[in-house]
Design a protein around this ligand. Structure first.
Ligand SMILES: Nc1ncnc2c1ncn2[C@@H]1O[C@H](COP(=O)(O)OP(=O)(O)OP(=O)(O)O)[C@@H](O)[C@H]1O
Ligand SMILES: [Mg+2]
Length: 138
């Protein structure tokens, strides 16, 4: 599934389309260069899931938890970890197998902990406001 984003205002509709097309997926891994829009897109997905909490990348921890009426959502950012053991120590595998949404920035940092099945979301920068989002079930 390839989606062209022309402006930020395309993100809510795109988030809705992905959730609708992949209703059973719970682990979403976001692959993109720095500042491409991972956190911004995760905010749109959380809004679509009904999260009213403030969504922002975990700064002092590795994971944030948000709640909506129906869902629990875990938002991970592994950018700052120095070793995979930090992910292991917070119980990453329990989160992954919890059946709740796990939205993961910088999954490249925890390659050995990837689950066998996940939704791969690649974000490429086309121009200042344009992005190409590619979604692949793995
Ligand atoms: N179409 C778009 N989709 C997503 N972000 C966009 C888009 N157009 C512009 N932006 C801007 O690009 C920036 C993306 O920042 P964001 O923090 O989401 O990136 P990130 O990939 O999470 O960065 P990091 O690598 O630091 O985690 C924001 O300032 C956002 O407003
Ligand atoms: Mg981010």
């Amino acid at each position: 599934m390839d989606i062209n984003i022309k402006t930020l205002s395309d993100l809510p509709g795109t988030a809705a389309a992905i959730l609708q097309k992949f209703p059973k997926d719970r682990v979403f891994m976001f692959f993109a260069e720095m500042s491409a829009g991972k956190t911004t897109f995760i905010k749109a997905i959380c809004a679509e899931l009904g999260v009213m909490d403030l969504v922002s990348s975990p700064t002092y921890s590795i994971v944030n938890e948000y709640n909506s009426a129906k869902e629990i959502i875990y938002h991970f950012d592994f950018y700052r970890i120095k070793s995979e053991s930090e992910a292991f120590d917070i119980g990453f595998e329990e989160y992954i197998f919890s059946g709740n949404y796990c939205l993961i920035e910088w999954p490249e940092k925890i390659k050995n902990l990837w689950p066998p099945h996940y939704l791969k979301i690649e974000i490429q920068i086309v121009s200042e406001a344009e992005r190409l989002i590619t979604v692949t079930p793995e």
